[in-house]
Design a protein around this ligand. Structure first.
Ligand code: SAM
Length: 273
């Protein structure tokens, strides 16, 4: 659907873009086609689409023969999609953050609503296991997701997501590709799930370590771990732990690599035994 067709479809269905729900609909058909031509949407692929909106992408995926399960929070949009696609897709009228579908998808795709993009990403990461996730996010958020140690954008979100995925920015999309236009450029990312099998306990502890480190972002890492309310392990133990795994106790959270955090978590768990 181009912008004129989308505006007409909205008017006929008496729908209005709800910015509170992050509704910026894709109206650049070449972008939708480009996404649908990516790996993973072949005949029979089990696709989870979060927030299909008016189906900018959905139609192209159906045409490729993919089996689409869609979760859309807006009742009006669900009604529109049911009328348009009938049995060709399975639609759940729900808040994605509040439902759990069977974990049976090979790929997930979403033009994420900006207001809850990171919550949705972490839900996909922790509650589903599809190997491939395609998401459109604000460019600034993409930069945080793919940031390198030492950069301003590198933070708890960067490292926490890396526990689940490797990240690749595929392309950027100008704001004119959406209606209504958002304030910023978007980026389209491919997240590929890592094959490592961390235990629940490891994952929980990893998040505690990362949260604690960035709680004291400007503090030396040993002080942050020692004093953070998330773990508060005491100064001596924090220093020993860092030194044991080759992390300089005086370095800052943003200077540590993903592997540093993995080693710190192993040491933390070992110490707790
Ligand atoms: N995929 C469509 C497109 O590209 O044109 C719409 C994308 S729009 C940025 C985000 C969509 O997510 C909207 O349709 C919105 O109603 C829906 N949405 C917002 N919050 C949601 C939630 N918590 N669960 C499911 N869908 C949600």
């Amino acid at each position: 659907m181009n912008k004129k067709e989308l505006q007409a479809a909205l008017a006929i269905a008496h729908l209005y873009p709800n910015k509170g729900l992050g509704q910026h609909f894709l109206v650049h058909e070449a972008v939708a086609l480009r996404i649908a031509s990516l790996d993973g949407f072949a005949e029979g692929a089990k696709v989870l689409e979060i927030g299909p909106g008016l189906g900018a992408l959905t139609g192209y995926l159906i045409a490729k023969g993919a089996c689409i399960t869609a979760v859309e929070i807006d009742a009006g949009l669900c009604h529109f999609l049911e009328k348009k696609y009938g049995d060709a897709i399975e639609i759940h009228h729900a808040d994605f953050l509040k439902i759990q579908l069977p974990d049976e998808f090979s790929v997930c795709v979403s033009n994420l609503p900006y207001y809850c993009a990171s919550e949705i990403l972490f839900k996909i990461a922790a509650h589903y296991s599809m190997p491939r996730v395609y998401v459109m996010v604000q460019k600034e958020m993409a930069s945080r997701i793919e940031a390198l140690p030492g950069s301003k954008q590198y933070g708890a979100m960067t490292i926490s997501l890396r526990l689940y995925f490797t990240v690749q920015r595929l392309f950027d999309i100008e704001r004119q590709a959406f209606y209504p236009e958002p304030d910023v450029t978007s980026s389209f990312l491919l997240l590929e799930r890592r094959q490592n099998m961390f235990t629940e306990q490891f994952i929980r502890t990893f998040h505690v370590v990362v949260k604690s480190a960035f709680w004291g972002r400007r503090k030396p890492i040993a002080n942050a771990l020692a004093r953070s309310p998330h773990c508060a392990m005491g100064k001596e133990k924090a220093h020993t732990l860092c030194s044991e795994v080759g992390v300089d106790p005086a370095s800052r959270a943003e200077e540590l690599s993903f592997d540093d955090y993995i080693r710190l978590t192993h040491a933390f768990l070992e110490e707790a035994r």
